[in-house]
Design a protein around this ligand. Sequence first.
Ligand code: SF4
Length: 310
Amino acid sequence: MNKNFLVQEIIRLKREKNAVILAHYYQDQDIQEIADFIGDSLELSKKAQTTDASIIVFAGVHFMAETAKILNPDKKVLLPDWEAGCSLADGCHPKDFKVFKNQHPDHIVITYINCSAEIKAMSDLVCTSANAKKIIDSIPLDQKIIFAPDENLGNYLQRETKRELVLWKGSCVVHEAFSLDKLIEIYNNNPSAKIAAHPESESHILKVAHYIGSTSGIINFIKTDPTNVFIVATEAGILHELSKAVPDKMLIPAPSTEDNTCACSECAFMKMNTLEKLYLCLKNESPEMTVSKELRTKALKPIKRMLELS
Ligand code: SF4
């Protein structure tokens, strides 16, 4: 379908149906351009909580749309591609997690928001990479903690909070794919550059980073730091919004070990959403996210605690 047609139709349908489009920074440029709001997980969950639209189209992945539905049971929440999953969420199955949790009965459970509603329902607190440290710091020192499902983020938080966490061994396929050798090579060619990395990245990448933070944290760092060249170790979609905010700065995506066409790291799940799928889901009001009342009530508690604390 023609791009102009799709853009016009999405705008018309949005108005007609009182819909709002929330897009993650990792979405394609075309989707970011048409979105009402672009953000990271925390910003989008807050936005989902405050919108007065009747329909939320969540241009992101499954767990994000699910979180939006948990926060907005009376709104219709749509996801352009139902198959848009996440290696972190998919790598933490509720059955296995229940066994893991039962092995550590005296621990409370803090989960990164990148997990399913079932895992959230088994958690005491949810966090994002933007508020994880603050959330862990709010727990009394003598209270033992399980952190799931991202082991890299968990390792980073252990160092930051100086606390021992029992970690679930999950990972993000995108943030695990950065090549340290290629990154160092780029850095050697741009010695004035600063490296900004997401804490989902492996520890050898974090060790060489000048700044470690959430997607929104990285954006703020690059906007405010006087350096002119940055190597950015997170999903490459973030560069679209950033390059508009800092047109005079050079932004280099951190290279992945794979030799893909853009030589950078992209999340295949995030990129499953397209403008055409977004148009069709708004037109047909499908696929629609549903969460049972019982599951929603349980999963809402730790999300609410997070939103109160952040
Ligand atoms: S970038 Fe990683 S954590 Fe984010 S949705 Fe993709 S697989 Fe999941």
